[in-house]
Design a binder for this molecule. Structure first.
Ligand code: PLP
Length: 481
């Protein structure tokens, strides 16, 4: 199309987006459409001759918005947050315009080099050990992955390569297939991504650590068991990979990283840290006690695209020794070779796909235009909103808060059987004024209230709580009848 038309269209879109986001609170957070709602709203085939951008714009409210779940509404409390901010949106316009594929340094030097430096900036914001940072001059460095799941898989493949080499040196007569068959990895969290990584990585699904005793509902979700590893060693297994979770998906529990890390160091097992959601909170020094022991890890990952105002996808990963991953992925056909090879990371070796977007621009814009202090205050405010909601729940003795509130997540339930809680949640989501998802731990079903929106205020906590209380009263009344 014509550039003047592009400029008009883009300006109109920027106006639309600004209005959408600033007024998002007024929309029903959950759509009411039925499956299949969309097909009848648009033609059966693509147009032969172009529509106008004005026609396209006018279809957004008609076709798209009725089927949107508004993740950035302060009435959205499901899952975990996914980030959104104006600097990140603008950065993506630039990234989509440069539209390079940054698989080698020469394919766009800025794409690689900004990423190296941004991961150093970010690592310093979290006070990560310098062994993880490229600026330390050692082997370590960071990379942006698409998702935490990819980071878990990438680390697993590095761990596998490292262990294969160690075992083969000790037992040159062992076949690869026999070694692989005996590899065993461990995780604490129940997150499906870790299981996927085990399967996709061609090793058995990762074994779970025994969970901690039920009365300690606080920090340690995994009761790290040197016994797990000892037992497996005795059986001839080869422990090679542990994923420790800081901030589990279902209840935001934290593994005892220090304890797990010491076992990993003793047994030469790769320790990967998945801090997908909670990692952003480590930009605030007061939360860093939860990542004590991080110096014992081999790789560390968190998602700025969850809680640090950088839009999806931006999953930050650091490796102390990326050479294991690089060797596992090395793809070097002639057309990807270049003269500067080795002087800067060729990030294609650090990830699963070959192609990669210029994602570090989003980080650069967000960090510069918001600044570290603002981001710290943002995290603090979201945690304090969760604590406000917690107090509202605690003020009503029909309810219980079942895990300590450390981040922006409150896990709560109506005292009593699971069924009544299931009914309550169905009502909440059916009413569509607010949106929550449940979870279940040791057969106890509960509701999760995550503070997700950057627009969230105290009044939103009160609004959501009042909605829950009203529907509870209706439900309890009906149950009595
Ligand atoms: N790990 C944890 C602890 C998570 O909470 C989540 C998502 O909520 C993930 C991994 C998956 O993240 P991604 O969608 O980036 O793979």
């Amino acid at each position: 199309g014509d550039v003047n038309e592009f400029k008009d269209f883009a300006k109109a879109m920027v106006d639309y987006v600004g209005n959408y986001l600033e007024n998002i609170r007024d929309r029903r957070v959950l759509p009411t459409v039925e499956p299949g709602y969309l097909r009848p709203l648009i033609p059966e085939t693509a147009p032969d001759t172009p529509d106008t951008w004005q026609e396209v714009m006018s279809d957004i409210e008609r076709v798209i918005m009725p089927g949107v779940t508004h993740w950035h509404s302060p009435k959205f409390h499901a899952y975990f947050p996914t980030a959104n901010s104006y600097p990140a949106i603008v950065a993506d316009i630039l990234s989509d315009s440069i539209a390079c594929i940054g698989f080698t340094w020469i394919a766009s030097p800025a794409c690689t080099e900004l990423e190296v430096v941004m991961l150093d900036w970010l690592g310093k914001m979290l006070d990560l050990p310098k062994e993880f940072l490229a600026c330390s001059g050692g082997k370590g460095g960071g990379v942006i992955q698409g998702t935490a799941s990819e980071a878990t898989l990438v680390a697993l493949l590095g761990a596998k390569a490292k262990t294969m080499q160690r075992v083969k040196e000790a037992h040159p007569d062992w076949k690869d297939s026999d070694i692989i068959a005996n590899l065993v990895g461990y995780c604490s969290g129940k997150h499906s991504t870790t299981g996927h990584a085990g399967l996709a990585g061609g090793v058995v699904p990762l074994r779970r650590f025994k969970p901690n005793t039920p009365q300690s509902k606080k920090l340690c979700s995994a009761f790290i068991c040197p016994e797990n590893i000892e037992e497996d060693l005795k059986k001839g297994k080869i422990p090679f990979y542990v994923v420790a979770t800081l901030g589990t998906t279902n209840c935001c529990a934290f593994d005892c990283l220090e304890e797990i890390g010491q076992v990993c160091r003793q047994k030469d097992v790769w320790l990967h840290v998945d801090a997908a959601y909670a990692g952003s909170a480590f930009i605030c020094p007061e939360n860093r006690y939860l990542m004590k022991g991080v110096e014992l890890a081999d790789s560390f990952n968190f998602n700025p695209h969850k809680w640090m105002l950088v839009t999806f996808d931006c999953s930050a990963m650091w490796l102390k020794d990326p050479s294991w991953v690089v060797n596992a992925f090395n793809v070097d056909p002639l057309y990807l070779k270049h003269d500067q090879q080795g002087s800067a990371p060729d990030y294609r070796h650090w990830q699963i796909p070959l192609g990669r977007r210029f994602r570090s621009l989003k980080l650069w814009f967000v960090l510069r235009l918001l600044g570290v202090k603002y981001l710290q205050e943002y995290i603090r405010k979201q945690i304090s909103l969760a604590k406000e909601f917690e107090q509202l729940v605690r003020s009503d003795d029909r309810f219980e808060v079942i895990y300590e509130v450390l981040m922006g997540l409150v896990c709560f339930r109506l005292k009593g059987p699971n069924e009544i809680n299931e009914k309550l949640l169905k009502r909440i989501n059916g009413n569509g004024k607010i949106h929550l998802v449940p979870s279940k731990i040791r057969d106890v079903y509960f509701l999760r209230m995550a503070v997700c929106s950057r627009y969230s205020e105290s009044s939103d906590m009160i609004y959501s709580w009042n909605e829950i209380k009203t529907l509870t009263e209706e439900l309890l009344k009906e149950e009595k009848e």
